[in-house]
Write a protein that binds this ligand. Structure first.
Ligand code: FES
Ligand code: FES
Length: 156
């Protein structure tokens, strides 16, 4: 059975006819070609697929596209302005918060939700928040530094 879903993605209204079982991440990647959102596990564990739905970070492999009908969705593609990275992206770059970069979109989108609610998080609050985001490369230290630095840049 197919359904029509309509939502705003990165500020643009979209409408698509998809199978009812289509996940939000499949709509983003396969239909809209927004491949910055990654699929690392497909089982809600790794956080590579985190996007914002109505301002909150969610794992897009865990919700159906149809559940997001009418929602405002933001993906990693919306953050940079031309060649200028968002301060959180820039912090990941300058603090070497990534190696292969596979987890990075989800890390950045999770970090932005944290900072939206807690603009000056402690290191332990960052580490707690990242519980649902897995990185296989960096050992997390530089990711935590990046988020603290990105939060600081966003405060100033
Ligand atoms: S792909 Fe969604 S949590 Fe891993
Ligand atoms: S930088 Fe490679 S998985 Fe995190």
């Amino acid at each position: 059975m197919s359904v029509t879903v309509s939502m705003t993605v990165n500020g643009k209204a979209i409408s698509a006819e998809v199978e009812a079982r289509t996940l939000l991440v499949q709509l983003l990647r396969d239909e809209l070609e927004l491949t910055g959102t990654h699929v690392g596990c497909d089982t809600s564990q790794c956080g590579a697929c985190v996007v914002h739905v109505d301002g909150k970070s969610i794992k897009s492999c865990t919700v159906l596209a149809a559940q997001c009908d009418g929602a405002e969705v933001t993906t990693i593609e919306a953050l940079a302005t031309g060649d200028t990275l968002h301060p959180m992206q820039e912090a990941f770059r300058t603090n070497h918060g990534l190696q292969c970069g596979f987890c990075t979109p989800g890390m950045v989108m999770s970090a932005l939700d944290l900072v939206a609610n807690n603009p000056d998080p402690s290191e332990s609050e960052v580490r707690d928040w990242l519980e649902g985001n897995i990185c296989r490369c960096t050992g997390y230290h530089n990711i935590v530094k990046s988020i603290l630095d990105g939060a600081k840049a966003m405060r100033s």
